[in-house]
Design a protein around this ligand. Structure first.
Ligand code: ACO
Length: 316
């Protein structure tokens, strides 16, 4: 069975920066509260761009960085929970814009855990011989589903996209030289903790403290298991990219995993919570800055509505 690896990454964010002070002019909040409770300083907001625009921009960069022709891509999948279009899928729209002629193209919604779920889905499809190369994208326009009068959520969210080209036939497939085994699942007893309900103007809502408590207790064993399945340990990782929801969650993980000296994504500070886009966006930025040594094992792990989680160790 062929192995798969991430051949290249790309990301895109809208130009408009929304600061905490801007938000303090819209709802009863302050820069101090937002920074202390979430670590977020700014987020990007798409004005004229749709989810498909964001996704296509990130995917185009990943494709160019991989040095592939659009015709090489046999699978396109977009993880998103904020897209307004149900049909054609965002993935089909991206394929059309990039000139990908004949790929299977579908969207995948697993909330904030969407990208890592889509990455595992593409990995499995490529291993089974369904395609040679895949485009896996996380793209969100959370500003479309934000209640801009709710101070408890509107300060958290942002827009953006990240993309990976996944290629079959190379890499060891154990997370040290390719895409490692996925650890994924869901806890329906906390199914209402994160919500984006209804066809007409759905608005993001969550039980923040429930998710916070879950993340700071359940994530460590899940991450340790993900590393174990890939034949490594958290301390041996060259990088850690978890869902960018709250800097306090990330710092708690760093302390409890004992990975103070490891490169850890903290893009939530600049970008806020971009849901399914947060992991590929933060990962692509770290790689672009050459913060991660080429070939080093990197943990990707995300969680969100469901409550769902998915993660794997990758090297690229
Ligand atoms: N500005 C000022 N005060 C605020 C604001 C704000 N923006 N938002 C809430 N408050 C107030 C509340 O009204 C409350 O006031 P009260 O004590 O008078 O009732 C007080 O601040 C504390 O509110 P909490 O909700 O308890 O604040 P908390 O410290 O839990 O922080 C937060 C909220 C940031 C949402 C946190 O719970 C969190 O990050 N949870 C995890 C969320 C997460 O990880 N989600 C991931 C899945 S969903 C997704 O990623 C898309």
């Amino acid at each position: 069975m062929p192995r798969t690896r991430i051949a290249a990454l790309g990301h895109h964010q809208p130009d408009h920066v929304l600061t905490n002070d801007d938000l303090a002019g819209m709802v009863d909040t302050s820069d101090e509260w937002i920074r202390q409770r979430t670590g977020i300083a700014t987020r990007r907001i798409a004005r004229d761009e749709s989810v498909a625009d964001l996704a296509a921009a990130a995917a185009g960069k990943a494709l160019a960085a991989a040095g592939l022709d659009p015709a090489d891509i046999g699978l396109v999948t977009v993880a998103t929970c904020s897209a307004q279009d149900r049909c054609p899928s965002i993935a089909a729209q991206v394929a059309g814009r990039l000139g990908v002629p004949a790929a299977v193209a579908f969207d995948l919604n697993n909330g904030c855990a969407g990208f890592t779920t889509a990455l595992a889905t593409a990995d499995h499809a490529l291993r089974a011989g369904a395609a040679r190369h895949a485009l896996v994208i996380g793209a969100e326009k959370m500003s479309d589903v934000t209640d801009w009068t709710d101070r408890s959520t509107c300060v958290l969210l942002g827009d953006g996209a990240g993309a990976a080209v996944v290629s079959a036939g190379e890499g060891g497939g154990d997370g040290r030289d390719g895409i490692g085994p996925v650890v994924w699942g869901s806890d329906p007893t906390r199914g209402d903790a994160v919500r984006l309900r209804g066809a007409w103007q759905p608005r993001f809502a969550q039980e923040g403290q429930t998710v916070f408590r879950w993340a700071t207790t359940e994530l460590v064993p899940l991450i340790e298991r993900t590393c174990q399945e890939a034949g490594t340990t958290p301390r041996e990782l060259g990088g850690i990219v978890t869902h960018q929801a709250n800097l306090r969650i990330i710092e708690a993980l760093v302390r409890r995993l004992g990975v103070e000296d490891t490169v850890v994504a903290r893009d939530v500070v600049d970008s806020g919570n971009t849901s399914a886009a947060s992991v590929p966006l933060a990962f692509s930025k770290l790689v672009e800055r050459r913060a991660i040594e080429p070939g080093a094992p990197v943990l990707l792990f995300s969680f969100g509505g469901g409550l769902s989680w998915a993660g794997q160790v990758v090297a690229c």
